[in-house]
Design a binder for this molecule. Structure first.
Ligand SMILES: [Zn+2]
Ligand SMILES: [Zn+2]
Length: 590
């Protein structure tokens, strides 16, 4: 989650607002015990141990108290105390969680801690909190805020500790920004991919299969297959070759690639198999496709004439995410990646990288992503040989080339020093959904560390053996995350080419069922995904059902249509209705 810059105005506003919230809570419940209360990406929260459970009406009362506090224009006065004195003070104040905090800092070597006191215009102290600073000058500067909702939260995030009540709120510089944010929350609720996933029958989870392992239902499978078709077609035109590789492999491969033991915590545990001759062999479920593709590269001698070699696969990998971190399709244990590895020479790198970027930009256009940023993570020379592979020359060379391509392609990017992968510079692609929420959907990496580990080489023009560079790229990310994102982005109303059911035919009654099926056959023959609603429902209900499923076109047929050999077409997006010949309708769809 992107963090607020500590020196920013929003940080100061939200941080100060959380002090006012704590003050208001103490007015309402003098025996309240205070926990954490930090600013966060879209607002702030504060955790409290309270004598009773909060109800929604409490938030309005607290807001009223906060408004009164803001009117007093209280300022912040800092006071530093030796830790022992601070603990005594907090004991008197009856704040055990704050004492727990100070004791933790003491263990880490802290000698003093700071408090901030809120003082009103007459110089009277109204509230004091343990805090490191960064506030507004006075609380009167807070004009636009809102308390949003409450939630349970364990102290220090551990189930062994007491459960506190967390109050979420937010604060903005002006009303317009707050209104936009509140609208975004409402829209995001309506567009929640878990909710729509159920309603549109896209995917499901089963306790028998396991958490984080989505089952694609027939409608969701259409999305998966359309995306695969798009990727394969795009990649074929760009000179990629499709391959297929197993979902498991021997331990030695992941040791050679360097994933084991470092990545072991994210992999499913090993499978030890005893062969007939008594030999034992250890296998792993794969957490990445790269080493498998490297074996395809290594399956025959390569010359410079074979490069660039672009191997692509929608490869499924498995990663053991903690159950607490699983979230719908966004955090899962099975990931189907739009993966490819490009093996190239140093001379080819720039044009290959440019082509990869162009592919990203074309996808952005196709899916109507109007806002994106590429986060370009580079190395830090001081960390060579430690955090980063020790090859200063290659780092500088590849980073320069990447930068050059990003600038030349007029790509919106930010450079982030000292965040690269061990084996080369990387790019994370962030896109914003149509309601303005940010998602990381894809990653691009340069790799000059792993190819030598597998002894991948090619014979160059001069007859010498050289090591290729590898570009890892996955513009559509994984099916799981990408479809999760698209559900929100489109609000479940997918464009025609992607829609699970493109056209639903609604006969006014069973009398016109035969005519409906005739139309269905014609449309199906033209390659469209069509179905007939042959339920016993009346027309009104049939129309509502089709709207709920957000089907792009409804085709109503009754007595008039049958007699005139026409259809009555309703467009979901524009809500327009028109009577057409089937041929005319087909012409519009093209
Ligand atoms: Zn503070
Ligand atoms: Zn890879």
């Amino acid at each position: 989650m992107p963090q607020l810059d500590k020196s920013s105005r929003l940080y100061k506003l939200r941080h100060s607002c959380s002090h006012a919230l704590a003050q208001a809570v103490l007015q309402m419940f003098p025996e309240a015990k205070l926990g954490f209360g930090p600013p966060i990406e879209h607002g702030f929260y504060y955790d409290f141990d309270l004598p009773r459970t909060l109800i929604p009406e409490d938030l309005a009362i607290l807001e009223e108290k906060m408004r009164a506090i803001f009117k007093e224009k209280q300022t912040f006065v800092r006071r530093d105390e030796p830790v022992q004195k601070a603990i005594e003070f907090l004991k008197k104040a009856g704040q055990p969680y704050k004492i727990d905090l100070v004791e933790g800092w003491m263990k880490d070597g802290a000698k003093t801690v700071s408090f901030y006191e809120n003082v009103d215009a007459s110089g009277k102290a109204k509230f004091v909190d343990l805090c490191e600073g960064n506030h507004v000058e006075n609380l009167g500067e807070i004009k636009v805020f809102k308390l949003l909702h409450t939630a349970g939260a364990y102290w220090r995030g551990s189930e062994k500790n007491p459960m506190l009540q967390r109050i979420y709120g937010t604060c903005f510089e002006n009303k317009k920004e707050l209104d936009e944010y509140l609208h975004q929350i409402e829209e995001a609720k309506k567009r929640d991919h878990r909710k729509l996933g159920k309603e549109l029958k896209l995917f499901a989870f089963s306790d028998y299969v396991g958490p984080g392992l989505p089952l694609w239902l027939p409608n969701g499978t259409v999305l998966v297959e359309e995306l695969e078709k798009l990727a394969k077609e795009t990649e074929r035109k760009a000179g990629y070759l499709q391959v297929r590789t197993p979902h498991i492999a021997k331990e030695i491969m992941y040791k050679t690639s360097g994933h084991l033991p470092y990545y072991a915590g994210s992999m499913f545990p090993p499978m030890v198999m005893e062969e007939e001759d008594g030999r034992k062999e250890t296998y792993y479920l794969r957490a990445m496709n790269c080493p498998h593709h490297h074996q395809i590269y290594a399956s025959e001698p390569r010359s410079y004439r074979d490069l660039p070699l672009r191997l692509a696969e929608y490869g499924t990998v498995y990663r053991y995410e903690k159950s607490g971190e699983l979230f719908g399709l966004m955090r899962v244990r099975m990931l189907s990646m739009n993966d490819a590895h490009i093996y190239c020479t140093e001379e080819q790198f720039e044009s290959e990288f440019r082509a990869v970027n162009d592919m990203y930009l074309n996808y952005f256009k196709l899916f109507d992503f109007t806002k994106y940023v590429m986060r370009f993570s580079t190395h830090d020379p001081k960390e060579l040989g430690k955090k980063y592979m020790d090859n200063a020359e290659l780092w500088i060379k590849t980073e320069d080339m990447v930068r050059k391509v990003l600038v030349a392609s007029k790509i919106n990017f930010v450079e982030i020093p000292n965040e690269a992968a061990f084996y080369g510079p990387k790019i994370d692609v962030q896109v914003w959904s149509s309601i303005g929420r940010e998602f990381t959907i894809a990653t691009n990496q340069v790799d000059f560390a792993v190819p030598p580990r597998f002894g991948l080489v090619y014979n160059d023009k001069d007859g010498k053996e050289k090591t290729p560079l590898v570009i890892h790229r996955a513009p559509l990310g994984t099916h799981e995350r990408f479809i999760g994102f698209l559900i929100e982005h489109y609000g479940g109303a997918f464009p025609l080419w992607l829609a699970p059911v493109q056209i639903r035919i609604l006969p006014v009654s069973d009398l016109y069922l035969e005519y409906a099926h005739t139309i269905e056959e014609i449309l199906q023959g033209e390659g469209y995904r069509v179905e007939v609603d042959d339920s016993a429902e009346g027309l009104g209900k049939k129309i509502r059902n089709a709207e709920l499923m957000k089907i792009p076109y409804m085709v109503v047929v009754g007595e008039k249509e049958q007699a005139a050999q026409t259809i009555n077409v309703r467009d979901y997006a524009t809500k327009k209705q028109e009577v057409l010949k089937v041929k005319e309708f087909l012409g519009k769809l093209k």
